[in-house]
Design a protein around this ligand. Structure first.
Ligand code: HEM
Ligand code: HEM
Length: 130
């Protein structure tokens, strides 16, 4: 059972990532309710960011302790996870300077890249699921 803890819990985190990202994007497409969406986005995003870091660490620990059949930190899934977490870190860092128009414009692109990479992460993760 234990090797399934990471795939299932990380899958939930990827769904949360998509939801939090969609709140930011909905704020742009629905200006009347933008305030509510942005407030919810800004409240949930830091929590979701730490969950992504936990999912990454959990995958590494799970592979190290439970998956002797896999070589640690060599898979495409591993590299894709690094890229996704880095992109999301770009999102987290840019969110601190949202008063600057250039940063505000760049911020969603970091998030969108993180979401696309996380979707690829699901695909590559399923290929190494026991
Ligand atoms: C539905 C989504 C995912 C699935 C199905 C999945 C599946 C897996 C599986 C089966 C393993 C091998 C360890 C084990 O059997 O428990 C693994 C390792 C790993 N996962 Fe995931 N994972 C998913 C999402 C994520 C996410 C969102 C991250 C972080 C951004 C992540 C990061 C890692 C890392 C860093 C490893 C270690 C890989 C290595 O050392 O080569 N995974 N994943
Ligand atoms: C999941 C991927 C993400 C996407 C797609 C995304 C997208 C967006 C968008 C479209 C906006 C509105 C920008 C505007 O007003 O023009 C926004 C605002 C914001 N985002 Fe993100 N974001 C993501 C991740 C994050 C993360 C990881 C954090 C922080 C840890 C964060 C914090 C914020 C903050 C503080 C704002 C400003 C809220 C306000 O003005 O009240 N976002 N985001």
């Amino acid at each position: 059972m234990l090797p399934y803890v990471h795939p299932v819990s990380a899958g939930v985190v990827v769904v949360l990532l998509g939801y939090v990202g969609s709140l930011g994007l909905r704020a742009r497409s629905d200006p009347r309710h933008a305030g509510q969406y942005l407030a919810r986005h800004a409240r949930l995003a830091p929590f979701m960011y730490w969950l992504m870091l936990a999912a990454w660490t959990g995958g590494l620990v799970s592979t190290w302790l439970l998956r002797r059949d896999l070589e640690l930190a060599t898979s495409v899934h591993f590299r894709c996870g690094v890229a996704s977490v880095l992109a999301l870190t770009g999102g987290a860092l840019t969110s601190r300077w949202m008063q600057l128009p250039a940063v505000r414009a760049a911020h969603p692109w970091f998030g969108a890249a993180a979401i696309l990479l996380a979707a690829a992460q699901v695909f590559f993760g399923l290929q190494i699921t026991p």
